[in-house]
Design a protein around this ligand. Structure first.
Ligand SMILES: NC(=O)c1ccc[n+]([C@@H]2O[C@H](COP(=O)([O-])OP(=O)(O)OC[C@H]3O[C@@H](n4cnc5c(N)ncnc54)[C@H](OP(=O)(O)O)[C@@H]3O)[C@@H](O)[C@H]2O)c1
Length: 260
């Protein structure tokens, strides 16, 4: 964990504070750079300490004062979360935004069944998120403010032949976020579900067919706009919203014959 200190917010220089879980590369690192440009103080979390330190160093070098601190953590170490959240809130001087980005897509084929892979994806994509949401939700509920974001996927919208474990983990995450939104919106807390299609990151390397690929920077821009306008759910690219609406409404008798 970093020994560096961030400059405190003052009434004349208010500073928003965010924690990004899964921010050593890909969308998480792009989101960290985006929020740093907006002047946020950042607690960056991921399991690869060296990569995380590089992202922090790059952000801090580009700013007149340090904005980012690194907190190496594996999201499957659920028991560490409450103390880690408390520590980073002290370091940041509070918290306005939590984004759960960490994810895993383990390749499989339509005819193989591997519990160990499904378990890993459930743990990283869904259970790790629940550990963080359960820790932060009561804090934001008591404060009557705050923003929570979960990075789900278009894969959450329908069970498909390609990767049932990934589909199910993202569906669990999406449903949990919806329930959280329904609980917390009455307390003034904003909960955003993000459903990317394809993003040009390391994760995409295991996907056989891709199209409408966006850069992680473009997805981070879309998420930042959705945070500002307090959207409930966004697709990135936006056109996936229409495609997935059609796919969600396809009768099962047709959908199960498709290889999509
Ligand atoms: N790329 C796409 O096309 C796409 C599409 C739809 C949704 N998404 C979702 O978008 C999110 C960001 O993905 P990405 O494309 O940016 O992928 P990425 O580049 O692979 O980034 C995922 C990050 O999560 C970290 N992570 C994985 N397991 C972890 C663990 N146990 N503890 C802590 N950190 C862990 C990864 O670290 P390691 O490198 O060590 O694993 C990595 O830094 C994911 O939730 C993904 O499911 C991606």
């Amino acid at each position: 964990m970093s020994a560096m200190k961030l400059s405190s917010a003052t009434p004349l220089q208010p500073r928003r504070r965010a924690v990004l879980i899964g921010s050593a590369k890909g969308l998480g690192a792009a989101m960290a750079r985006r929020l740093a440009r907006e002047g946020y103080s950042l607690a960056l979390i991921d399991r690869d300490a060296a990569l995380l330190n590089q992202v922090c160093a790059e952000i801090n070098a580009a700013s007149p004062e340090p904005l980012a601190l690194a907190y190496p953590h594996d999201v499957t170490e659920y028991a560490e979360v409450p103390a880690l959240l408390q520590k980073l809130m002290i370091d940041l001087g509070g918290l306005d935004l939590l984004i759960y980005i960490a994810g895993s897509l383990l390749p499989t084929t339509p005819t193989t069944y591997e519990f160990d892979k499904d378990l890993k994806m459930m743990e990283i994509n869904a259970l790790g998120a629940l550990a963080w949401f359960n820790a932060v939700a009561p804090i934001f509920q008591t404060l009557g403010c705050g923003q929570i974001v979960g990075i789900s996927s278009v894969a959450a919208d329908r069970g498909r032949v390609g990767n049932p474990g990934y589909n199910a983990s993202k569906a669990a995450l999406s449903t949990y976020l919806e329930a959280l939104r329904n609980r917390l919106s009455r307390f003034g807390v904003h909960v955003l579900t993000v459903k990317p299609g394809f993003m040009d990151t390391d994760m995409l390397k295991s996907s056989p067919r891709t199209f409408w690929v966006v850069s992680p920077e473009q997805a981070a821009d879309d998420i930042f706009k959705a945070l500002k306008t307090r959207k409930q759910t966004i697709y990135t690219l936006g056109r996936w919203g229409l495609i997935m609406w059609i796919i969600k409404h396809l009768p099962s008798v047709i959908f199960r014959r498709l290889s999509f």
